[in-house]
Design a binder for this molecule. Structure first.
Ligand code: KIV
Length: 307
């Protein structure tokens, strides 16, 4: 298979592989960056084919794929498993693996090792982790190991207990100053980009203008350098709750339910499988088969065997 041919979609036109520097250059050219989450091979391939710049294997998979109430139970094992599948589907987009709760908080050594596993074992191009100034030291060490890091501030779901729930952040002036400072600390630490989650649009826009690195907003208004959403929210595959900042572009959940109901009805009515879904045996072979089995299934033989 040629280098530029996609494994799932062979007709896909060749595209340049995106790296962290490309995102920065997009910011410089005032081109909006597109990022979405993916957790498996087919959706990664579809996102890649659709031209998304960056694919995040978010720990949101804990909620939208694994059915946990929040992201805290997600493990390194879960993340690597899904990252590997995404890496097989996404050839051109920048692939970012989200470091799960407790994979980077315990010690710097453990954090560097875990970050490395995303690149070494799961073919990610970069990692993302949550937190502001308190993460500077660990981020510097991960970057010094040659691993690009995306920061994530504002609403950081792994700290929802500490934040008192899933609330917007930075609505008060002092909190907003702290967020700006955190963004500057993370840029200084070497992050190639930052996610700003659930912060007021004016503040996100202000922070984006103060930074050289691109900001990727989720619930942070149009002034960020790019946008990210959880794909399951965008396509209507997850409806346990929907944050206000989500725009639903399709309702695949409903489409899927309709299709499954139709299938059940067809099976029950014996409308499926129809002739075109069935395998035929040619007439001659069938007749030979009947002749061959006749002595085995004849009533006389059955009677004898029952004696
Ligand atoms: O886990 C995730 O999907 C994320 C995005 C919402 C940024 O962190």
């Amino acid at each position: 298979m040629s280098e530029n041919i996609h494994p799932l979609l062979p007709s896909a036109p060749p595209r340049k592989k995106i790296n962290p520097i490309d995102l920065r250059q997009k910011k410089e050219r005032h081109e909006a960056i597109t990022m979405l989450t993916a957790y498996d091979y087919p959706s990664a391939a579809i996102l890649d084919e659709a031209g998304v710049d960056a694919i995040l294997v978010g720990d949101s998979l804990g909620m939208v794929v694994l059915g946990y109430p929040n992201t805290l139970p997600v493990t390194m094992g879960d993340m690597l498993h899904h990252c590997k599948a995404v890496a097989r589907g996404a050839k051109w987009a920048l692939r970012i693996g989200d470091m799960p709760f407790m994979s980077y908080q315990v010690s710097i050594q453990e954090a560097v090792r875990n970050a490395g596993r995303f690149l070494q074992e799961a073919a990610m191009d970069a990692v993302k982790l949550e937190g502001g100034r308190e993460r500077v030291e660990v981020i510097k060490k991960i970057i010094s190991a040659g691993i690009p890091v995306m920061g994530h501030i504002g609403l950081t779901p792994q700290s929802f207990h500490q934040l008192g729930g899933f609330h917007p952040q930075g609505r008060h002036a002092h909190e907003a100053v702290r967020l700006l400072e955190d963004a500057l600390y993370l840029q200084e630490a070497g992050c190639f980009s930052l996610v700003l989650e659930s912060v007021p649009a004016q503040l996100a826009s202000y922070i984006s203008q103060q930074l050289d690195i691109p900001t990727i907003g989720i619930g942070a208004g149009v002034g960020c350098d790019g946008q990210v959403l959880v794909t399951h929210d965008l396509i209507g595959l997850f409806d346990r709750f929907m944050p206000r900042f989500v725009k639903r572009y399709a309702n695949l959940g409903q489409l899927m339910k309709n299709a499954i109901e139709q299938y059940c009805q067809d099976v029950r009515r014996r409308d499926f499988p129809a002739a075109e879904h069935s395998i035929e045996m040619n007439k001659e072979e069938w007749e030979t088969f009947l002749k061959l089995v006749q002595p085995i299934t004849s009533p006389k033989r059955v009677e004898e065997e029952l004696k």
